[in-house]
Design a protein. Structure first.
Length: 221
């Protein structure tokens, strides 16, 4: 499921992320990181806050600057606006991976694969498109945020201000990223299963590529 989810992430990230917003966030994050770097060097020369020795201060200052830049980058929206607005049963939904899935669709996203019924086929194809967009959006925002927090934790450890066990908390949060990729894989598995089911009599076919036009196949297909 992780490999399948990674394929979906690589395919959909270009349709979810706005390059113009990414460039703006990168410029601002880089500027903040540079200001932090200059300030950290000045404080190190004045107070020696980053430790002693020829290597440790450089490592600590670099990690703190990069960590702050990553956190600043995650604070800016980089996703494209939904156009038209996403709706389910005529009601607008926000692009969140939990709010975009109906109760009838959630069983198909569990660890154990369930066969999709013809009655749920259209709901699965509709909701999975929103679900995948929300997961990709969350991954692109959480990855720099958790990466920045991890860098700050490593910097604190390099200064010998924290015990190694304290880094376990950062590792736990970072491990949520692979879980989101696995969820992407399960959603794609459900989408492919729905495409393999014939629609109920009288219903129009929703197409071969689902809501988002994804062409990702299960490993081995």
């Amino acid at each position: 499921m992780f490999r399948l989810g990674w394929q979906v992430l690589r395919e959909r990230i270009a349709t979810v992320v706005d390059p113009a917003r990414v460039r703006r966030a990168l410029w601002i994050a880089a500027a903040c990181s540079m200001v932090m770097l200059i300030g950290a060097v000045a404080l190190q020369l004045a107070f020696g806050w980053a430790g002693t020795g020829p290597v440790r201060p450089v490592v600590v200052i670099a990690l703190v600057s990069l960590g702050l830049g990553s956190i600043v980058f995650s604070a800016f929206r980089t996703d494209r606006p939904l156009d038209p607005a996403a709706t389910i049963n005529g009601r607008q939904v926000r692009p969140d991976w939990q709010m975009s899935v109906r109760w009838s669709v959630q069983p198909y996203l569990a660890r154990r694969q369930l066969p999709v019924t013809p009655e749920d086929r259209a709901a699965v194809l509709t909701d999975v498109g929103l679900l995948q967009r929300g997961l990709v959006r969350r991954l692109t925002r959480l990855a720099p945020l958790l990466g920045g927090v991890a860098l700050l934790g490593i910097a604190a450890f390099a200064r010998s201000d924290v015990r190694p066990i304290a880094l376990l908390w950062a590792a736990v949060y970072v491990c949520t990223l692979p879980d989101l990729v696995v969820r992407l894989g399960r959603s794609e598995r459900a989408r492919l299963a729905a495409l393999a089911v014939d629609p109920p009599a009288g219903d129009a076919d929703t197409g071969k590529h689902g809501v988002d036009g994804s062409k990702v196949q299960l490993p081995g297909d």
